[in-house]
Design a protein around this ligand. Structure first.
Ligand code: NG1
Ligand code: MG
Length: 554
């Protein structure tokens, strides 16, 4: 249901932020970005697109396997003031921007201004497009925007958002002959408060906000639902070179204040808003994000980290299917979620959360079939080599390469199928249990069941342990922060987001937040020198907040 709603458009800030305190804080940012826009481009913006970051409460590294996750949007967001470039614009550059050219600037001077325009492809495909065509990303569009997938560049996320809008709404064949079928030239000014590389999904916020900006400026927002914006943003973000799932984009688009989102991806995107349990008399609990300050550059390290997990789980699914006697076509690349359904004989329409829980519990013993031959060897050496993978897959070397490696770059001496599978299925179960605890607490009349927060905390702790030891997506600093959070009184604490650095999220009693932050500050070396705004940047309590929306200037 939540996914079928339209994208909210407001015409005033108080409509957009009914909470007075938030409206005041946002008011300052909106005013600054609008004034600065006018100064830089010589005309007023017509629209501000806003998309928030997210904190994933539980369900890590399982969205690309098509299991559900449980994120919430955070208050920190990306704002883009935008409008069509006018010929009267300052530098006169607009004249050169006739075919949907873009001028993009950022209030943060760290991100240099960019000018680019999509080209109608006349020659053969570029290397990047060939790579795209081999992956699941669609390559039917003949528009071309150069996205550098080797380096982390801020404008890549703008281009990614634009690509999706071009390929869906501006048929290139038409554009070749008809100037009316061209996108309009656009001026964009960005400002953001989601720390980048911290696991709070600044990237998804950028892509969602950019997609929304290009849709609106080109008058294409009619009929776009939250669900279709999520799907577009998911496709778009893959263009930056990370084969991500959809939890970030779903959270950034669909969330509402006070609720988390149980988002599932199989057989199709579905989302259920679940209010977080609120005690009536005892103190409330809040989620505190703490940034380890270890920046994980996901684009650059994808081949050893993120994309490697994607490949390990995909190959793991095929090997497990072989061991279970499930027949797969040579070109098929099903995920663990799909193999589970086939094993259960479940219909394509999928299972509800209760059915899925029972199914996973029945399936878990089967995961043991993936135990590696060298188990017990020093960590890292117990997995399977590439040659062994090919053999276990039952495919020829060429076919294996085509299906599992031709579209993605990964590097590993040993691949870990068992650990990843064990993480995926137990984490999927924890997500469902987390949802159940919330629903049970919300349904209780009077005070919450006494153990609600303790249970949520336990699930978060177990999730962290699994991310750290089975998914191996944590790092020593993040592990240390989680231990500190627990000793500072958190009900539970875990890594959030892709990992290898980034943030932790901890469940903490609201009346203890000040004390909690103080203890973590004293215990975590990189925080000791931080004070005031710098400290608030690194560790902060957050409330589930609203998903993406736009403000229109009429
Ligand atoms: P972040 O934290 O944004 O790097 C990534 C993926 C998600 C999900 C999580 C791990 C992107 C855009 N997002 O998040 O889809 O797989 O890691 O649970 O890459
Ligand atoms: Mg990201």
């Amino acid at each position: 249901m939540a996914a079928q709603l339209p994208i909210p458009v407001f015409t005033s800030l108080d409509q957009a932020f009914p909470d007075l305190q938030t409206a005041a804080i946002q008011g300052v940012r909106y005013k600054e970005v609008v004034e600065e826009y006018e100064k830089r481009f010589g005309h007023k913006p017509t629209y501000i697109a806003r998309a928030p970051g997210r904190v994933n409460l539980i369900g890590e590294h399982i969205d690309y396997v098509l299991f559900g996750a449980f994120p919430a949007a955070i208050e920190r967001d990306i704002l883009i003031a935008c409008g069509p470039s006018l010929p009267s614009s300052t530098s006169g550059a607009a004249e050169t921007l006739t075919v949907g050219g873009v001028r993009a600037e950022n209030l943060n001077p760290k991100y240099a201004p960019q000018t680019f325009a999509p080209m109608l492809k006349t020659a053969g495909p570029s290397a990047q497009e060939e790579a795209d065509a081999a992956s699941t990303v669609h390559a039917e569009s003949a528009w071309h925007l150069d996205i550098n997938t080797r380096e982390l560049r801020w404008e890549s996320y703008i281009k990614a958002g634009y690509y999706g809008v071009l390929s869906r709404f501006f048929p290139a064949a038409l554009a070749e002959t008809d100037k009316q079928a061209h996108p309009v030239p656009v001026d964009l000014l960005f400002t953001g408060s989601v720390p980048s590389g911290s696991g709070l999904s600044s990237s998804a916020a950028m892509v969602v906000a950019s997609t929304l900006a290009f849709l609106t400026v080109n008058n294409k927002l009619d009929g776009v639902t939250k669900g279709s914006l999520v799907e577009m943003a998911m496709e778009n973000e893959k263009r930056v070179g990370v084969n991500s799932g959809g939890l970030d984009q779903a959270a950034s688009v669909i969330c509402t204040p006070h609720s988390a989102l149980y988002v599932t991806f199989y057989p199709k995107l579905d989302a259920e808003l679940i209010p977080l349990p609120t005690p009536r008399t005892s103190p409330r609990a809040v989620f505190v994000c703490a940034n380890s300050l270890v920046v994980s550059d996901k684009v650059v390290s994808a081949k050893w980290h993120y994309n490697l997990r994607v490949v390990e789980t995909l190959v793991g699914a095929r090997v497990l299917a072989n061991k279970l006697g499930i027949t797969l076509g040579p070109n098929e690349r099903p995920t663990f979620r799909v193999i589970l359904s086939r094993w259960l004989g479940a219909p394509e329409s999928g299972l509800d959360a209760d059915g899925l829980k029972v199914g996973i519990e029945r399936f878990l013993p089967e995961v043991e079939k993936l135990r590696p031959p060298r188990e017990g060897r020093p960590a890292g050496e117990e997995g399977v080599t590439l040659d062994e993978l090919v053999e276990l897959s039952g495919l020829s070397k060429e076919q294996f390469h085509k299906v599992y490696l031709s579209w993605v770059e990964v590097e590993a001496e040993y691949f870990q199928l068992y650990k990843r599978a064990r993480h995926v299925f137990t984490e999927a179960l924890r997500v469902i249990e987390f949802r159940e605890v919330c629903l049970r607490a919300n349904a209780a009349s009077g005070e919450l069941p006494a153990d609600t927060l303790v249970k949520l905390g336990e699930l978060m702790d177990q999730s962290h342990e699994s991310c750290s030891t089975l998914c191996e997506s944590s790092c020593p600093e993040v592990d240390a922060l989680c231990r500190l959070a627990k000793s500072a009184g958190a009900f539970g604490s875990r890594i959030t987001g892709a990992g290898w650095g980034g943030c932790t999220v901890s469940l903490v009693a609201e009346d203890k937040v000040g004390e909690f932050i103080q203890k973590v500050k004293e215990g975590y070396e990189p925080y000791r020198a931080l004070e005031g705004e710098k400290l608030r940047e690194a560790i902060f309590a957050t409330k589930p907040s609203a998903g993406a929306f736009g403000e229109l200037f009429v």
